[in-house]
Write a protein that binds this ligand. Sequence first.
Ligand SMILES: [Zn+2]
Length: 278
Amino acid sequence: MKLGNLEFHIIPDGHCYLDGGAMFGVIPKPLWEKKAPPDARNRVQLAMNCLLVYSGGKRILVETGAGGKWTPKLRDIYNLDGPRLLDNLLHYGCHPHDIDVVINTHLHFDHCGGNTRVEKDRVVPTFPNARYIVQRGEFEHAVNPTERDRASYFTENFVPLQEANKLSLLEGDRAIAPGVELIRVPGHTANMQCVKLSGDGKTAFAFADLVPTTAHLRLPWIMGYDLYPMTTLENKKKWIPQVAREEWLALFVHDPAVPAAYLRQRGETWDVEPAKID
Ligand SMILES: [Zn+2]
């Protein structure tokens, strides 16, 4: 997909399965199970879609999936079938040392697990030449999470980056390359960031966990994981209409069937027109 001089590809890392009730918050199961059929353990299938962006001579990776540092027990709980990120990057001739920048929208394990890897009993950055970019507030929370959300944060995914002096901590919105803007959008966590890609009058917007799947376009469909669900609601009411009205391409990190779509408003929700992206 090209937006003027900016080019990007969707790079799947594989799937994880999360509890359907937690994925859809207050929405009753008879409604959500039509959109996301659960397995025998009440889990729904989720993609982990990363992005490879070429802009201003840089190779930028958005999200790194769940990575490979998993115990068999947790691999079973989340039914992980990856990691596939590195193999899928190779389809584009992209080796780990070619990545210049890694953007983590936030530091939950399904977004930054591939940041690091194990090498001879040590955890090291997977992308040795990259700067890793995350909001400062997200990092500070991730190293000191609450009892409610600490299961989502594994320090091995981000503390080794700080030790290797590879982390850049942002405070608010920032353009990090031509047509690549990071926008702080709280709700899911206090300092999650979305990614806006633009060029030649065209725009794509990565919702991250503000709208993780197309089913979450409905305003009250907000994940139980969200720390600030009313802020998520406010930000959905701000960003979804803008994406639809301005005909931006919407990117869904966790949708297993529709990673990219254009949105058409219909009453209080939005219809999706899936877009083909290679
Ligand atoms: Zn998350």
